[in-house]
Design a protein around this ligand. Sequence first.
Ligand code: ADE
Ligand code: ZN
Length: 326
Amino acid sequence: EELLQLAQRMPKAELHLHIEGSLEPEMVFRLALRNGVRLNYPNVNSLRAAYAFNNLQEFLNIYYTGMSVLLKEEDFFDLTWTYLTRVHQDNVVHVEMFFDSQAHLERGIPIDVQISGIRRALQNGKEQLGISSKLILSFLRHLSEEHAFETLKLAKPFLDQLDGFGLDSTEIGNPPEKFARVFARCRELGFKITAHAGEEGPPDYVYQALDLLRVDRIDHGNRSLDDAVLVHRLTDEGKTLTVCPLSNLKLCVVKDMDQHPILTMLKRGLKATVNSDDPAYFGGYVNDNYRALIEHLPVTREDLYQLARNSFEGAWITEEEKTKHL
Ligand code: ADE
Ligand code: ZN
């Protein structure tokens, strides 16, 4: 009880959040109505009932379908603003969010519509909720590197509104090395880099993210624990892992929450953080993820402080901004 309260009231940063993954079924229906989009589900409950997955790909199929209701600037605004007001209740004070630009481009939504809707909500979040934020364009790894380069070109006029680049979608069969050149270009442009690695993929993909993409963070990284040398490398370099407990459970990356490796990660010196990934699909926001850990693992007060501290230390903010939060 006391731990739950502590987790609830601690100021936190969320570093692994796909904004399209915060699209709740209710909003899918509201936007479908507003935009005249036909859905293949008769009601909210039948859509929510479809949110049962055996692996990452089964989730992604539903996730890419769900976002088909996002058409206009105000849709991206409403989505982002709704997320911010929700996590404000969780005492999230800083957010670094992904958006899947290519998924929207493929549906004919211009990049300026995407970015300006999201950015306008982030600005409101700063002014009205005191939530600071970063925006990360995440390349889809099931598409080609050429497609990623074309997207980077489309983003050129808006680079001042982006803070970093990421890599997500179908991991197995799409190793980081496939995107070495485009991330080299992003780094040359001065951007931070992160990549999903070791969610379903092997430790080798985490090595590739470090060596070939030169990432600043690893998203998920669970399977790093299979390789003791890799664990040492990650601790030596002080690399943050953006861990997503409820996501891991729902996508069967872990069998049960009581098997979740996050405390093992902390014990081995890894800078693990707690994040929601796709909260509308996986059963909860940041504090729900903390609650799941507290209810199923021998979490201590010190663990909670460490996880919250890690979230600010791993954030792409200045040392001065960090000390304000720590
Ligand atoms: N896109 C949205 N969530 C994702 C995840 N957990 N892994 C890979 N791609 C994603
Ligand atoms: Zn993710």
